[in-house]
Write a protein that binds this ligand. Sequence first.
Ligand SMILES: C[C@](O)(CO)[C@H](O)COP(=O)(O)OP(=O)(O)OC[C@H]1O[C@@H](n2ccc(N)nc2=O)[C@H](O)[C@@H]1O
Ligand SMILES: Nc1ncnc2c1ncn2[C@@H]1O[C@H](COP(=O)(O)OP(=O)(O)OP(=O)(O)O)[C@@H](O)[C@H]1O
Length: 314
Amino acid sequence: MNKYTGKTFQFPSPAKLNLFLHVVGQRKDGYHELETLFQFLNYSDNIEISVTEGTEITLLTPIEGVKNDDNLIVKAARLLQEKICLINTNPLVVMGAQIRVNKILPMGGGLGGGSSNAATILVALNLLWQSDFSTEKLAELGLSLGADVPIFIHGFSAFAQGVGEQLTPATPKEYWYLVSKPQISIATASVFSSPDLPRDTPQLTSDNFNQYYRDEYLFDNHKYHNDCQTMVIKHYDEVANLLAWLVEYAPSRMTGTGACVFSRFSSEKEAIELQKKLPNGIYSFVAQGQNKSPLISVVKIIENRQNESNNWLN
Ligand SMILES: C[C@](O)(CO)[C@H](O)COP(=O)(O)OP(=O)(O)OC[C@H]1O[C@@H](n2ccc(N)nc2=O)[C@H](O)[C@@H]1O
Ligand SMILES: Nc1ncnc2c1ncn2[C@@H]1O[C@H](COP(=O)(O)OP(=O)(O)OP(=O)(O)O)[C@@H](O)[C@H]1O
């Protein structure tokens, strides 16, 4: 009997920022080699999962414009099922789920919402279906769904290399951010396929990063920048204009392939003050950087609660 069957649980699926994003080369398969500094935000989608018997995966809250079969939530759940079947032939194994997602992260924003949803599903269902795969194995599965999935599975801020899967833990200061976005969304593939994307930023290496990174140097564009921003501001006036406006008030940069940009502050109050001044039609929220993903703490709490109630029954 699976101890979670018939129960419902809530899991956060946080946003990430790329505090900087350097494109340092391109692999033979077309994927770009990056060096980036990831930090989470305390701003998350919420995913509710009810564990059911059998193997049915039901997503009760479809996302507009995304077929359920293409939704990274469903794809991640099916991928985990496939891997469980390879090691377990017991037909009574519990691998069903009814899933609801409350999405607050904008799509095509560079906040990694889809990848984060996939990671939350892999981590949560690995617990609830008791499949017991290691974090490394889950990250390897996640990478086949998207380059940003592994960071959300590991759940610590990191300097990342490769396509974003080689992680060196990092602890950038947990500043407050105003995240803002013009009313456009930008497809990641279109940025990476553009001839205007710089692809030759010299490599920092992790030793170098560890030794020399300082939060106060982050917005010194000679040291750290976002190469995708160079391409995006050339092609999207909306992002160029928003950034030009923001930098008059606070250090600001694009995250991922856009279209969100973040502006850094020491306090929540200062971030909210600038939010009030934003030009009309700009989507925005204020959140704090977090070096630990809230997903990992929620998983630990559920695990501990369940162990305590088992001990009490025994
Ligand atoms: C821009 C970042 O968000 C930075 O963290 C990520 O590198 C993007 O990660 P992601 O959204 O999970 O991207 P994926 O779904 O893996 O890739 C989308 C498309 O972007 C291109 N792509 C992506 C990542 C990468 N390092 N090089 C690429 O060239 C590929 O054409 C790919 O088909
Ligand atoms: N659960 C999901 N949530 C969001 N997008 C999804 C999901 N499943 C599939 N997608 C598809 O993935 C695309 C990218 O969405 P996502 O929110 O990850 O963009 P992003 O924030 O720009 O990501 P990144 O920072 O990784 O480039 C969406 O436009 C959508 O078509």
